[in-house]
Design a binder for this molecule. Structure first.
Ligand SMILES: [Zn+2]
Ligand SMILES: [Zn+2]
Length: 206
């Protein structure tokens, strides 16, 4: 009896806080300052994903959010190019769209981006002397590649809700979205019939 009452109390507190839940299933999102952008936003401490509301995306695209001005991106406009994804919108619970995007990047900048996105993977590169050597060799190879072959194609897939215009960015994706000129990668857009087939297959496996 007592336990039941305790549970009820916890539930009541949860709803009054009006928190959003992580679409990756980690639990409630925390509203707090993001170190990269010095702005408060809903984020998941577990999977490091970030939720952006329509208002936040607009502020951000007009350059009033974060230190880097987002060039020509129109993320909310790109939402209609997406196909049905797997995640539920943290705000209105509808299924979000997956939007495959692409951009060009030099090898050198691409590596910087990878390191920012996942510093844990690059521990060795931050070690004095050894890291210095690795970086020197990599930089030389990267710059040579940039000169002879030009920029490389990079891709990122973001999730967004076309009903309430909420975007969900997984760990590190905000760096890719924020600092690059994004275009819809039409070669990776799933046609709705293909998506339906893919979903059926998924359901069968479950
Ligand atoms: Zn999460
Ligand atoms: Zn929504």
């Amino acid at each position: 009896m007592f336990t039941v009452q305790c549970n009820n109390v916890v539930k009541v507190i949860d709803t009054t806080k009006n928190t959003y839940s992580c679409p990756r299933g980690c639990g409630p999102l925390k509203y707090g300052r993001d170190l990269n952008f010095l702005k408060k936003m809903n984020r998941c401490n577990k999977c490091k994903g970030i939720m952006l509301t329509e208002d936040e995306v607009k502020k951000w695209e007009t350059g009033r959010m974060g230190p880097t001005k987002n060039k020509n991106n129109n993320l909310l406009g790109l939402l209609k190019s997406g196909s049905n994804g797997a995640l539920d919108c943290p705000k209105c619970s509808r299924k979000m769209k997956e939007i495959p995007l692409k951009y060009k990047k030099t090898r050198f900048m691409s590596r910087q981006e990878d390191m920012m996105m996942d510093p844990g993977k690059h521990v060795l590169e931050f070690t004095p002397i050894i890291g210095e050597l690795i970086r020197m060799v990599q930089t030389t190879v990267d710059l040579a590649g940039d000169l002879s072959q030009g920029k490389i194609d990079k891709s990122v897939t973001i999730d967004g809700c076309d009903a309430c215009f909420t975007l969900w960015l997984d760990k590190g994706e905000i760096l890719q979205v924020m600092k690059n000129d994004l275009k819809v990668d039409s070669s990776r857009v799933k046609h709705s019939s293909e998506a339906a087939v893919a979903n059926k297959k998924k359901n069968k496996k479950l």
